[in-house]
Design a protein around this ligand. Structure first.
Ligand SMILES: NC(=O)c1ccc[n+]([C@@H]2O[C@H](COP(=O)([O-])OP(=O)(O)OC[C@H]3O[C@@H](n4cnc5c(N)ncnc54)[C@H](O)[C@@H]3O)[C@@H](O)[C@H]2O)c1
Length: 431
């Protein structure tokens, strides 16, 4: 039976390499669609949790995972030997930056090197990890060819970017169009057919490079627009204009404007990182991506700007950062998720600590974390503890926080998200 027939009949066996924020939801979606899915991860803890039907990603439901595992649709392993039994292998491993802020594609290389000894004719390999244009054909394709397979004939290869937005209740894998670009037309067709089983709409593009660039354009668009609105906010503040009111008013224009909101800086595994994959690659073409560099500069400066605003707010009540008791409200990089990666809260806490502040925090999604050797535990918020603080700084606007209570009981609040807009008792400073 051809791979296409097997996909249509749902008899293909699928492997998802990397069971993180991207890989596990994809594995669950595929298993729910009736496919037999094996998650492969080098992290034994994650494998053991999935094998026991346990969940560790906030957007997913543990009971769903439990029943998928029990009914034999979903399993997990750290053993790449399983690859020889699979028809489709989708790679969802991390793509961070190294210390020099250059792309670190070592996870992609290491996963394809673990997969390659077990490859067989007729398989489809898809990369979902965000990376620079050329990654699929420059890193994955040569490894497959070195094993003696012809891509497009023996083995099919494509790139399809993950567009998941953690915490977003409106858009899921199913109703977010899936972009697919294969090395050959046949690769694109087979990979598109695979995704058509779980996504309402599949958009085929002419090459993996096009699909890789599509994902980067989406993220760079966000990064540049956030930087723009952050810069406008700093100017508005100096001019005595409320930027939030400006954005609300500008958003009434029914065409040609899309609102972006200022904040304490970028966070997460995508927006602060992915644009630099492109600026790095562009240099190979003697090209300098100035918008990306400028946006990076503005956004990376935001934690320092927030600290300046905290310092000014304390100064207005004859206090200094040095010696002040400061409660950080929300440390996740955005609302309603438990992801601390690249969160601006970490940088802000680090600077405040260096300047002598006594830091505590509350985050309903993150019970503990470490900054430069210091362990912090989430504190319960009550009237007494709020009264003891010199300043409360809202970094993340989680939905399940009683902002009215905070506004009423805290002596001073610095709000980086406009979360307390409805509850101003004269003690709130917007950044
Ligand atoms: N998190 C997001 O919101 C998001 C959205 C869109 C795209 N992406 C992209 O998707 C990719 C994955 O991101 P994520 O957030 O899921 O990362 P993650 O860190 O949550 O998960 C990655 C998983 O891969 C595993 N892993 C690492 N090396 C491996 C290997 N050699 N073999 C098998 N497993 C391995 C890790 O143990 C981890 O469980 C990245 O390229 C990211 O840029 C992420």
């Amino acid at each position: 039976m051809s791979l296409k027939d097997k996909i249509s009949k749902k008899t293909v066996k699928i492997g998802i390499v990397g069971l993180g924020y991207v890989g596990l939801p994809l594995a669950v979606e595929m298993a729910q669609a009736g496919f037999n899915v094996t998650g492969i991860d080098v992290d034994g803890k994650k494998v053991s949790m999935i094998s026991k039907g346990k969940n560790y990603i906030p957007d997913l439901d543990e009971n769903t995972i439990k029943s998928l595992v029990k009914d034999g649709y979903l399993e997990a392993t750290s053993d790449f030997n399983i690859v020889k039994n699979l028809d489709v292998i989708i790679i969802c491993v991390p793509t961070p930056l190294n210390k020099m802020r250059e792309p670190d594609t070592s996870y992609i290389s290491s996963s394809i090197n673990s997969i390659s000894p077990h490859l067989k004719k007729g398989q489809l390999i898809i990369l979902e990890s965000t990376s620079y244009p050329g990654t699929t054909e420059e890193i994955i394709l040569p490894v497959i060819e070195k094993c003696g397979f012809r891509v497009g004939e023996d083995i099919h290869l494509a790139f399809s970017p993950e567009r998941v937005d953690p915490g977003n209740k409106g858009f899921s894998i199913k109703n977010t169009p899936k972009v697919v670009g294969g090395v050959t037309k046949k690769c694109t067709d087979i990979a598109s057919l695979m995704y058509a089983q779980i996504a309402d709409e599949v958009i085929s593009v002419s090459s993996p490079k096009t699909a890789e660039m599509t994902k980067l354009l989406e993220n760079i668009f966000r990064c540049v627009n956030i930087a723009l609105v952050n810069e406008i906010m700093i100017l508005c503040n100096r001019m005595g204009i409320d930027v939030w009111e400006v954005i609300k008013a500008a958003s009434t224009k029914p065409f040609g404007f899309m609102p972006f909101y200022p904040g304490p800086g970028l966070g997460g595994h995508c927006i602060p990182i992915d644009p630099f994959y492109l600026s790095w690659k562009a240099k190979e073409y003697d090209f300098y991506t100035e918008f990306i560099e400028l946006a990076g500069k503005v956004n990376q400066n935001m934690p320092y700007y927030v600290v300046t605003r905290i310092s000014e707010a304390l100064n207005d009540v004859q206090k200094s950062i040095n010696g002040s008791k400061i409660l950080i409200l929300g440390v996740a990089y955005k609302k309603d998720i438990d992801d601390l990666r690249e969160s601006p809260a970490l940088e802000i806490i680090k600077i405040l600590k260096e300047r002598g502040a006594h830091i505590s925090y509350h985050d309903p999604y993150i019970s503990e974390f470490e900054v430069e050797g210091s362990i912090f535990n989430s504190q319960h918020v009550n009237e007494k503890m709020l009264e003891e603080k010199d300043c409360v700084v809202v970094i993340t606007d989680h939905s399940n926080v009683d902002y009215n209570f905070i506004a009423k009981k805290a002596s001073l609040v610095v709000d980086t998200r406009n979360a307390l807009n409805d509850f101003d008792y004269g003690n709130i400073v917007k950044i």
